[in-house]
Design a protein around this ligand. Structure first.
Ligand code: UGA
Length: 236
């Protein structure tokens, strides 16, 4: 099956670094449809070129995050969900942020997804979060994490995938007014009713094939010299 790899992206000093690396990871796999949603008004040429050079089929759209919203990538992922639903795309939907690191072994595993699948995520700071499988039943029993935060499905955005048929049926959306760290659990809550409905992947959640990389956010991320940035963008 196709993988619909949904990537929100926004202008910051690491953007070209991250998007170059990501495009070259994804281009190892020929059955990925890359849906890139830029957080701006008009599509940028710099991202367009990266997409074209990837050799992958892609959708390049934009959705601007409204003023005052702190959640990241929410509106952009919702726009991608709309495309998937409207076009009735058939395959696996994965929310792949632009700054993470993806082991290409992940793609083969993702293709086993029938409903909502979950798996472990490594954090670049040196810990990991994962689902734990009950050996007798083979079902997901709980999540092992440093921070539960009242989350039923305590997993990062990078740690789950959904079959598009379930998306088309349930039409789930992310919301900006959900609390910090609640995006994933509340989104998954629209798709399944119980932990045991989740399909464990990556050798029963025992392997880490994806790394969450945290970019700083805020002032440190801002592009300092716009003229230089434009010149740089034209050189890649
Ligand atoms: C964590 C999760 O891994 C994110 O998937 C989740 O959206 C976020 O928390 C949240 O709950 O808001 P974090 O490192 O804070 O991650 O988020 P980023 O990786 O910085 O951003 C997530 C995605 O949204 C990235 O692909 C980024 O390029 C994009 N983004 C971020 C925008 O499109 N616009 C922004 O203003 C910020």
């Amino acid at each position: 099956p196709w993988i619909f790899f949904v990537t929100p992206t926004y202008k910051r000093k690491d953007q070209l670094v991250d998007m170059t690396r990501l495009s070259q990871t994804l281009s190892h796999d020929k059955r990925i449809y890359w849906i890139v949603v830029e957080d701006r008004e008009m599509p940028s040429m710099r991202i367009r070129w990266i997409l074209e050079r990837s050799g992958l089929p892609f959708a390049h759209i934009t959705t601007l995050t409204p003023e005052g919203v702190h959640a990241r990538g929410v509106e952009q992922r919702n726009s991608a969900l709309q495309i998937i639903e409207r076009r009735k795309l058939n395959g696996i939907v994965y929310f792949g942020d632009d700054d993470n690191a993806y082991d290409i072994r992940m793609f083969r595993e993702l293709r086993k997804t029938t409903g909502v699948a979950v798996f472990g995520v490594g954090f670049a700071v040196g810990h990991y979060e994962r689902c734990v499988v009950d050996e007798e039943t083979g079902k997901v029993a709980r999540f092992a994490t440093n921070w539960v935060g009242g989350r039923m499905y305590a997993i990062d955005m990078a740690g789950f995938a959904t079959h598009s048929s379930l998306i088309i049926e349930k039409q789930p959306r992310f919301r900006n007014d959900w609390g910090v760290g609640q995006l994933e659990t509340r989104f998954i809550g629209q798709l399944v009713g119980n932990l045991t409905d989740l399909q464990p992947l990556m050798e029963n959640c025992t392997r880490i094939y994806v790394w969450h990389v945290k970019t700083q956010g805020g002032r440190q991320d801002e592009v300092k010299n716009d003229k230089e940035w434009k010149r740089l963008s034209s050189l890649v």
